[in-house]
Ligand binder design. Structure first.
Ligand code: NAP
Length: 332
């Protein structure tokens, strides 16, 4: 089968190679991948900025496909089912945080950028009927991360004012869609006016360009501040967020693309009664709830582009420069 491996032998660090189709062990399923999607972790792995780099691993955490073979003891009901894959491995029993054994499909375990992947059957869920394979493949990692950030951490409810930063991002677009589905008023930031315009056409109330030095001032003037801000950039923007969060508001961070701020305005933090929450992926029960939410609200992931497997490296390159609005999907 064809697979995209993380390799330590080319300038690119990723290469399509031929390998044996894996065999499912006890309670495992072989899934023929129909579509897969990129997450920023794939690009972090490619540039060596993800912990525990293991070369010669198949990358890819998101995938949808069909079960074609089952290992010993696996429930025969999964055979030929159209599925999506929960990329969590060993979250553990604590809803508050993942176990130390926790890892994510697609490094160190072989992932979805291949014609076939083997996963335990407890990682499978039936593909939501309203989504095709390409849309379903966009959902797992980004949808799960957004679900926990929006509901468990930010506790978004109807009528709240919410800012989702970096709307071009895969997770951000789910955070936008989930927040909008609750009836909250959603504003976004982006480094691209074109992306802001597109998301306003999609239903967002407004947007601000984070490359403009005065964006936080403008946002405060236009909105009066936000009940919650959901962000993956971090960096110096943290102090802007503290200026525009309403008293008692929640800042939720699921990433730190621009690193840590040099200093944090501690006075604003405690005086505003704001709280800062870290959020990572989500538990297995949140994965189930996320799929139910997507199904009941008929949410269709925003897919930036769909390309064939032979063009997968170009999708990594697009993600590196942040060209996309929504998910970069690969058909396999
Ligand atoms: N903790 C977790 O479980 C978890 C899960 C998923 C992702 N993450 C992390 O979250 C981040 C985003 O992941 P992703 O897969 O959604 O990535 P992505 O699709 O590559 O999106 C990245 C987006 O970040 C935005 N951005 C860049 N600089 C920014 C800034 N200064 N202020 C605000 N936004 C900025 C850009 O938005 P515009 O294009 O609109 O400017 C860009 O499109 C990555 O750091 C990733 O590692 C963490």
């Amino acid at each position: 089968m064809k697979a995209l491996l993380l390799v330590d032998e080319s300038q690119d660090k990723i290469a399509i190679r031929e390998m044996e189709i894996p065999k499912p062990g006890a309670n495992e399923a072989l899934v023929q991948i129909k579509a897969a999607a990129l997450n920023h972790r794939d690009q972090w792995c490619r540039i060596g900025m993800y912990p525990g780099i293991k070369y010669d691993t198949v990358l890819g955490s998101d995938g949808s496909g069909v079960v074609t073979l089952l290992g010993e003891g696996a429930d025969a009901g999964w055979m030929n089912k159209e599925v999506i894959i929960n990329p969590n491995i060993d979250w553990g029993p604590d809803e508050a945080a993942q176990h130390t054994a926790y890892h994510i499909l697609g490094m160190p375990t072989n992932g979805t950028f291949a014609e076939y992947v083997v996963v335990n059957t407890d990682r499978l869920m039936e593909k939501p009927a309203h989504l095709g394979f390409t849309e379903a493949a966009a959902l797992p990692l980004g949808g799960l991360t957004a679900y926990r950030a929006v509901f468990t951490k930010a506790k978004i409810e109807e009528n709240q004012k919410v800012l989702i930063t970096g709307i071009g991002g895969g997770v951000a677009q789910f955070a936008y869609q989930f927040t909008a589905a609750t009836g909250a008023q959603v504003y976004v930031t982006s480094g691209s006016q074109n992306k802001i315009d597109q998301i306003i056409n999609h239903g967002a109330t407004g947007g601000f360009n984070y490359k403009n030095d005065n964006w936080a001032k403008e946002a405060l003037k236009e909105t009066g501040g936000f009940d919650a801000i959901i962000d993956s950039a971090g960096g110096e923007s943290m102090n802007d967020y503290l200026k525009i969060i309403r008293p008692g508001g929640r800042l939720v961070h699921y990433g730190s693309t621009t690193g840590a701020p040099k200093k944090l305005d501690m006075f604003r933090l405690f005086w505003s009664q704001a709280s800062i929450h870290g959020s990572t992926m989500g538990s297995d029960s949140e994965f189930v709830k996320m799929i139910e939410f997507v199904t009941s609200h008929s949410i269709v992931p925003i897919v930036d582009s769909v390309r064939g497997f032979d063009d997968i490296v170009s999708a990594f390159d697009d993600m590196h420069v942040g060209k996309q609005l929504g998910k970069l999907v690969i058909t396999i």
